[in-house]
Design a protein around this ligand. Structure first.
Ligand code: B12
Length: 439
């Protein structure tokens, strides 16, 4: 079958730097099963809407699959009717964050046929087999589909246990030059990300070495379900890096796992393997302050790590506890100090305006940043559907559809979760971002 996979645009104020990893592993699985596969990467190419329409009219497909985070609702609402208009009989399937949490909006607002819930590799294979053979979609686990004017749910699919069984991304179907030449972290990422000044990155690529996270912060959305942490073997990750270095000349790898440092043993095993391989590359990852032990950081630095992103979120213990962060302000300070001591750049991100935020808690964060010599901005606390934070503040959201449509970068304001008036909230955010006292 001819399958067209589409990557929805996100964060248009920054250059595209991260391949759509999940869409690309789905593409690899479908190609391996013999399907004729094309990815139309609208996020990388950034064509105008007119150009997208023209391009689609020139393409053929039997099945279209659209990928997108929750923030792509507006785009998918526009795109899906066009896909159906061009090839009315070809099923349109949506997967990723939006389809997993909020498919009702897509079923009511667009002619979508199927939403895939959670991981997509096996579900998409089963679904395409089913479409090709004309079988009943009720057999395919992990989907919601439209039938006779109503939406039918099939049983939730179990997560893939052995991540090594998933093929490497279908890099050959992506506009790799665009991704390679835009460094994943640093200025082009436009996500408040800093970088170690003496390290040059010429070609960078993202990898994901685990799925899920063993922690349960209240604001975080767990696409693969809470408490479903799984990781790839070190040998499997090294094999992927080898291809990226040999075939694409990559000299920086960004691990976009929720928390690459969750298992210290695995991190140490990975560092040993990296040292043995002596790849001419540096790398970075998302970590957690509670895993940032000095000996681990030193080993990571020896193995080429130059960047660790920590979600510090707040300098107030009260707010950290409200977030269920399971980390202390002192642990955050120690992590930043020890990371610097090891020669790694600690990139820190903060959430502003969490429920319970007061002038005192904001001042504590400003003092934290000042003590640590940090000059970074913050993201507005944004409740994403199906998180404990969303449930807790649901009464503040007048209309779910309008709210989801308004989601963009979390640097933009969507909903006020505090007792401050909006104007006051904006002024306080500016002060916090600039480290100016508010008390
Ligand atoms: C890398 C990353 C980014 C990258 C690019 C993402 C990309 N191109 O995919 C960048 C930095 C641009 C980014 C930005 C943002 N991100 Co982000 N990001 C991630 C991160 C860390 C990794 C993504 C990844 O590679 N996952 C691994 C792959 C294997 O999973 P996947 O892509 O989800 O794909 C699987 C399924 O979703 C499904 N699937 C996906 N597509 C399709 C398509 C079809 C047809 C099918 C059938 C199935 C399917 O199958 C795939 C394979 O199993 C995730 C967290 C995480 N660990 O997943 C957050 C995450 C996706 N991001 C998130 C958010 C909220 C954002 C921002 C809004 C944050 C912000 N502060 O502004 C912005 C978007 C801004 C905007 N204007 O839209 C949320 C999404 C929540 C949601 N409900 O959608 C996540 C889950 C983080 C979190 N825990 O809250 N992000």
């Amino acid at each position: 079958m001819k399958i067209l996979l589409i990557n929805s645009p996100i964060r248009l104020d920054a250059k595209p730097s991260c391949i759509p990893y999940g869409l690309a592993t789905i593409a690899a699985a479908l190609s391996a099963a013999g399907h004729d596969l094309e990815i139309y990467d609208i996020n990388a190419l950034r064509p105008s809407k007119d150009a997208v329409t023209r391009e689609l009219k020139a393409k053929t497909w039997d099945v279209a699959g659209v990928s997108g985070l929750i923030t792509t609702y507006g785009f998918q609402r526009w795109l899906i009717p066009i896909l159906k208009g061009v090839h009315p009989h070809a099923p349109v399937i949506s997967g990723g964050g939006l389809a997993t949490t909020s498919s009702d909006l897509l079923f009511t607002g667009t002619p979508l046929d199927v939403a895939v819930v959670g991981e997509g590799e096996q579900t998409m294979l089963d679904l395409c087999d089913c479409i090709q053979s004309g079988n009943d979609p009720a057999r395919v686990h992990g989907i919601r589909y439209r039938q006779n004017g109503r939406v039918v749910d099939t049983p939730r699919r179990k997560n893939i246990e052995n991540l090594d069984s998933i093929p490497f991304p279908a890099w050959d179907r992506l506009p790799m030059d665009i991704y390679l030449y835009n460094s994943i972290w640093g200025d082009v990422a436009n996500n408040s990300s800093g970088f170690r000044k003496d390290v040059t990155v010429t070609r960078s690529m993202n990898i994901i070495s685990s799925r899920g996270c063993p922690f349960s912060c209240n604001y975080c959305y767990h696409l693969f379900g809470r408490s479903s942490y799984r990781f790839r073997s070190v040998g499997n990750i090294i094999a992927e890096i080898e291809i990226l270095v040999d075939r694409y000349g990559v000299d920086f790898i960004g691990f976009v796992d929720d928390n690459m440092m969750a298992s210290t043993n695995r991190v140490l095993e990975f560092c040993d393997a990296m040292e043995r391989k002596r790849f001419p590359i540096t790398w970075g990852c998302h970590g957690r302050v509670t895993s940032a032990e000095p000996e681990v950081l030193e080993r990571m630095a020896q193995a080429g790590c130059v960047w660790i992103g920590y979600g510090i979120e707040s300098g107030s213990q009260e707010i950290l506890s409200a977030m269920n962060k399971k980390a202390t302000v002192e642990q955050a300070k120690a992590a930043i100090r020890n990371t610097r001591k090891a020669g790694i750049f600690p990139n820190t991100t903060f959430i502003f305006g969490y429920p319970g935020e007061t002038r005192e808690t904001i001042q504590e964060t400003i003092e934290f940043k000042r003590d640590m010599g940090l000059r970074c901005g913050s993201f507005f606390a944004t409740p994403y559907p199906q998180t404990p934070l969303y449930q807790a503040i649901a009464s503040r959201i007048a209309d779910e559809k309008d709210f989801i449509q308004s989601l963009g970068n979390a640097t933009e304001f969507c909903v006020n979760l505090t007792d401050f008036k909006d104007d006051e909230l904006f002024a306080l955010k500016k002060a916090m971002d600039e480290n100016q006292d508010v008390m």
